[in-house]
Design a protein around this ligand. Structure first.
Ligand SMILES: CC(C)(COP(=O)(O)OP(=O)(O)OC[C@H]1O[C@@H](n2cnc3c(N)ncnc32)[C@H](O)[C@@H]1OP(=O)(O)O)[C@@H](O)C(=O)NCCC(=O)NCCS
Length: 160
């Protein structure tokens, strides 16, 4: 279903920007790599825009926030789901200069709505982000993880 939401946000400067939330597959697939720059802030090996583009396309659900004036993606959320019992919000990010405007909370709310057909929705995050997710209506829970950083470099070189 093609659902396009438009919402006006106000930047910290006396400058207004319009953020459009897109979640239909055609629109998400049409995003250029150029529109997906600036993400993975602070990562030792940041995935390239091409890798992010593939991640967004391959996820079960993806929602992107677009700053129309700059024709640029300023935030995204992705999720994986079996459509039965379990959904997993796999990534969420808002560009630093657009944070603190409610975009992150909006992206999570929209994704939780998409995942409302499953029993459990899980998100793994660092402790400093837990208060944010609590504001989104989630509760704290222990988790176990493993990571393979070499895979990022492999993807970056393989998809460039
Ligand atoms: C976490 C993140 C997505 C939040 O996006 P955002 O657009 O800045 O968040 P919002 O403006 O929607 O914030 C909603 C509320 O959460 C609060 N909040 C946001 N980030 C927070 C944090 N790290 N700790 C505590 N509270 C936070 C805001 O102050 C706001 O509270 P308010 O409603 O009382 O004003 C963003 O900071 C980000 O991209 N961080 C880097 C990547 C990351 O950590 N992603 C999560 C991976 S699991």
């Amino acid at each position: 279903m093609n659902t396009v939401f438009r919402r006006k946000c106000h930047f910290v400067y006396p400058l207004e920007f319009l953020v459009t939330f897109l979640d239909d597959f055609a629109a998400v697939v049409a995003l250029s790599d150029k529109m997906l720059t600036g993400f993975f802030v602070g990562w030792p090996t940041p995935p390239s825009p091409k890798v992010l583009s593939k991640l967004i396309r391959n996820s079960t659900y993806s929602i992107v926030a677009i700053d129309e004036a700059q024709d640029r993606c300023v935030g995204y959320v992705t999720a994986l789901s079996d459509g039965i019992l379990f959904g997993y919000v796999s990534s969420l990010e808002v560009l630093p200069e657009f944070q603190g405007q409610g975009i992150g909370q909006d992206l999570v709310a929209r994704m939780l709505k998409k995942l409302s057909n499953v029993y459990a929705v899980d998100i793994v995050c660092d402790p400093d982000v837990q208060p944010f997710y609590e504001k989104c209506g989630l509760r704290r829970c222990a988790s176990m993880v493993t990571r393979n950083p070499a895979q990022i470099a492999k993807l970056n070189s393989g998809l460039d």
